[in-house]
Design a protein. Structure first.
Ligand SMILES: *[C@@H]1O[C@H](CO)[C@@H](O)[C@H](O)[C@H]1NC(C)=O
Ligand SMILES: *[C@@H]1O[C@H](CO)[C@@H](O)[C@H](O)[C@H]1NC(C)=O
Ligand SMILES: [Zn+2]
Length: 424
């Protein structure tokens, strides 16, 4: 008996050890704000960003006099601080223990598998996929499941097409992609909120949006990465394909348009690794093929990310403006105004290169240049800029307000795109 119990106990302890070892933890990882006051200091920070994965630069190193948030592994702390001091770079400690914050999320943010589907918590991939799979039978003849190919770990990139059969044989098309960056949980949550509103809202504006357009919506463009943020590392951003000694490429630096020319890394371990070649990731390759198959059927392309509250349009690889920039600007203006109306949420933005930073290989640029979608936008959802620690972890209580204001913005965006004559 005793032996048996000891054995069971030993097995349990072994299991605990394994599961602890597998989940990334950030115990005693500190978070600092650092600021480069000249180009020399900026260059030093860029070098740091690219050379060590014991340091996580949460927003990337782009501008002088801009606060940059860095997560520092405990063993790296002495050298990190010495290097900053040796180079005269200012820093402020803003958090002692990142893990304490992540632990809080685990109990309050993630829905149990047993509950129904809603927008008060964040869901695991399977739960959302089960909900998506239930929609065709709840809305027969209106919702069909679509697949944007497969992920590296052989998951489906599952989406829905919403198309009311109300006489029009072909309606203008709107493509919405979310979750390409794994840790930006508010993006898929907002996409599913919009799916649900399109199908259930009694508001005439929203019902018209559902009835007058063909919608193609993919809440999880990077399913492997999203699963990994639940099982293993909440701050994961990339895909999960192995590259060299590290894993994953940045799927929003991997599209085949001026690929890896600027604002992406060639270091396999970097969070902005562009991949060994364009479309090296199965997710971007297969989704791009699916999008290409819709050529002529979609006129507006939208990509959801977080965070910083930006509305962005092409290009990311150059400060040259797109030919129809004036139209982009008009749509931008009405969208930002509409998003702010309900809760006063303040968005800014513009062309990617100038408004945030150079970044080549993003989906919105590729879609603009390759499939005839002359209107292509990226929305960086809540929270606002400089939301370190909570940036990628927007409280679940904000999913619905974010969904509401984003839908207000999309309604205004679509109306303006229509007025400008793009939906033909
Ligand atoms: C957009 O709004 C800005 C600021 O109000 C204004 O200067 C600009 O002319 C507007 N652009 C267009 C195309 O309406
Ligand atoms: C209907 O929805 C639109 C778009 O989200 C919104 O701007 C408007 O305020 C809503 N109308 C009502 C009566 O709620
Ligand atoms: Zn993103």
């Amino acid at each position: 008996m005793l032996l048996k119990y000891s054995l069971i106990l030993a097995l349990c302890l072994a299991a605990v050890a394994v599961s602890n070892a597998e989940r990334a933890r950030y115990d005693n990882y500190r978070v600092y704000k650092v600021t480069a006051s000249n180009v020399k200091e900026l260059a030093f920070l860029k070098k740091m960003e690219d050379s060590s994965d014991s340091l996580i630069f949460l927003e990337g190193v782009h501008d002088v006099n801009n606060e940059i948030e860095v997560v520092v592994a405990p063993h790296k702390l002495p050298d990190f601080l010495k290097a900053l001091e040796d180079n005269g770079i200012d820093y402020v400690l803003i958090e002692y223990n990142l893990q304490a914050h992540l632990d809080k999320d685990d109990v309050t943010q993630i829905a149990s598998r047993a509950g129904g589907y809603g927008w008060k918590e964040y869901y695991e991939l399977d739960t959302t996929y089960t909900w998506l799979q239930s929609l065709p039978s709840s809305y027969p003849g209106i919702v069909t499941l679509i697949e944007g190919g497969k992920s590296y770990e052989k998951r489906s990139i599952l989406g829905v097409k919403i198309s009311y059969k109300n006489g029009q044989s072909q309606k203008p098309g709107i493509f919405l992609e979310a979750g390409i960056h794994a840790r930006e949980w508010i993006a898929p949550a907002t996409a599913t909120y919009i799916i649900n509103q399109l199908l259930t809202s009694e508001n005439d504006t929203i019902a018209d949006l559902a009835r007058n357009y063909d919608w193609y919506i993919f809440p999880h463009a990077n399913p492997d990465g999203y699963v990994y943020t639940h099982t293993t590392n909440r701050l994961w951003r990339k895909t999960r394909q192995p590259h060299g000694t590290c894993y994953g490429a940045d799927p929003n630096r991997n599209w085949g348009f001026y690929w890896n020319t600027v604002g992406a890394s060639s270091n396999e371990c970097s969070d902005t690794y562009a991949g060994p070649n364009e479309f090296s990731e199965l997710e971007t390759l297969s989704l791009s093929k699916y999008i290409k198959s819709l050529e002529g059927k979609i006129q507006l392309y939208i990509s959801f990310h977080s965070y910083s509250q930006y509305v962005l349009y092409p290009y990311g690889h150059t400060n040259e403006l797109p030919g129809n920039v004036e139209d982009f600007d008009r749509v931008f203006n009405v969208t930002v105004a509409a998003i702010g109306q309900r809760y006063g949420t303040k968005y800014t933005g513009g062309n990617i290169y100038d408004a945030i930073y150079p970044a080549a290989g993003a989906s919105v640029d590729w879609a603009y240049a390759n499939v005839g979608t002359r209107m292509s936008f990226c929305l960086e959802l809540r929270p606002g800029p400089n939301s370190i620690i909570t940036g990628f972890r927007l409280p679940a209580a904000q999913i619905i307000p974010t969904g509401e204001e984003t839908l207000d913005g999309l309604a205004a965006m679509i109306n303006e795109v229509k007025t400008l004559g793009y939906f033909v």
